[in-house]
Design a protein. Structure first.
Length: 283
C-alpha cells in the first residue's frame, strides 16, 4: 500500500498542472498545412495555439465537427475559439477577433479552360463553390450562383472544379500552392487577380467562460463596425486577453514565422477530405 501511495504522489508531482483548458473548434476536413483531416489535429494551427496556451499555463483542447455545428458551439460559448475566422458585423456580435499572426492572400481557382481573370466583374453569372458556414464575401453581392459543400476541403473543391460542376473557388494562395505541389493537377488554373494579402484572425467566443468585456470608449458608432471599431473591449486579466497576448508575443518574437516556414515546407500527409454534399442556391 505504501509503495502504491508513494507512486501516486510522484505521478501527481511530475504531471503538468494546467490552470485552464482552452477549446479550439474546427471543421472535420483538412486545410493543410494548417490542420489535417479528422481524426488528426496536426498542423500549424495546433503548433501555434498549443504553444500560446502553454505559455499562459493552459491546455489546448481541439474539437472537430461539421463547420455549421462548430460555429453554433462558438456562438453558444461551448467552444472558445475558431483559429482562422474572417470578420464581419454579424459574427462580431458573438465573437471577438484577435490577429493570429498569419496572413491570408486569396486567389481564384478555376478549370484550366477558363480565360485569364483580371477582375471580379468577370465572375458575374458564374457559379461560386464554397463550404457551408463560410462568411459571405463581397463577390456574393454580385449576380452569381453559389454551390455549397458540407465541410468542403480543397481536394473536394478541386474535384468539383475539374468536373466543371462549378466555375470557381476562392482559397488561400499559400494553402493551394502547398496542396498542388504535392498533388499536381493540370486541369486547375490559379488567378492571382483580385485580392490583397491581409492579416488573419481567430474568433474568440464572447460567451466563453474565459471572456469578459467592457464598453470601448473609442468606439465610433457613426463609422462602420470593423475589427478595429467595435463597441466592446476584452477585459485585461481574463484568459481570453492573456491568450490573445500570448499569440501576439509569438508573432512579435518571430516564432509564428518560424513555425509557418517549417510547416509549409514539410512533406505532410496528403489531404483526406470529408465527403461533401454539394447543393445549390441563388443569392
Amino acid at each position: 500500500m505504501y509503495r502504491i501511495s508513494f507512486f501516486v504522489v510522484l505521478m501527481t508531482i511530475f504531471l503538468p498542472a494546467f490552470s485552464c483548458e482552452i477549446t479550439m473548434g474546427y471543421r472535420t476536413s483538412a486545410r493543410l498545412p494548417l490542420i489535417a483531416a479528422m481524426p488528426s489535429n496536426q498542423g500549424l494551427y495546433k503548433a501555434i495555439f498549443e504553444r500560446a496556451a502553454q505559455n499562459i499555463n493552459c491546455k489546448l483542447v481541439i474539437k472537430r465537427a461539421p463547420k455549421k455545428r462548430i460555429i453554433k458551439l462558438l456562438n453558444e460559448g461551448a467552444i472558445d475559439f475558431y483559429p482562422g475566422y474572417g470578420f464581419n458585423q454579424a459574427r462580431s456580435e458573438f465573437t471577438h477577433f484577435f490577429e493570429n499572426g498569419l496572413t491570408s492572400h486569396s486567389v481564384v481557382i478555376t478549370h484550366r479552360d477558363v480565360a485569364k481573370i483580371d477582375n471580379l466583374e468577370q465572375l458575374e453569372n458564374k457559379i461560386l463553390l464554397k463550404p457551408y458556414g463560410g462568411r459571405k464575401s463581397a463577390i456574393e453581392e454580385r449576380n452569381i450562383l453559389v454551390r455549397y459543400g458540407q465541410d468542403l476541403g480543397i481536394a473536394d473543391a478541386i474535384k468539383v472544379i475539374e468536373k466543371k460542376q462549378a466555375d470557381f473557388f476562392i482559397y488561400n494562395k499559400a494553402s493551394i500552392d502547398y496542396y498542388l505541389a504535392q498533388q499536381p493537377n493540370a486541369q486547375i488554373k490559379i488567378h492571382d487577380c483580385c485580392y490583397l494579402a491581409k492579416a488573419m484572425h481567430f474568433g474568440f467566443s464572447r460567451k466563453s467562460k474565459h471572456y469578459e468585456s467592457s464598453l470601448n470608449p473609442n468606439y465610433l458608432p457613426e463609422q462602420a463596425v470593423s475589427v478595429n471599431n467595435v463597441p466592446y473591449l476584452v477585459n485585461e486579466g481574463t484568459v481570453a486577453s492573456a491568450f490573445a497576448n500570448a499569440v501576439k508575443a509569438l508573432a512579435k518574437n518571430g516564432v509564428i514565422k518560424q513555425l509557418e516556414q517549417q510547416y509549409y515546407s514539410a512533406a505532410l500527409d496528403s489531404e483526406q477530405p470529408a465527403s461533401s454534399d454539394i447543393s445549390a442556391t441563388k443569392h
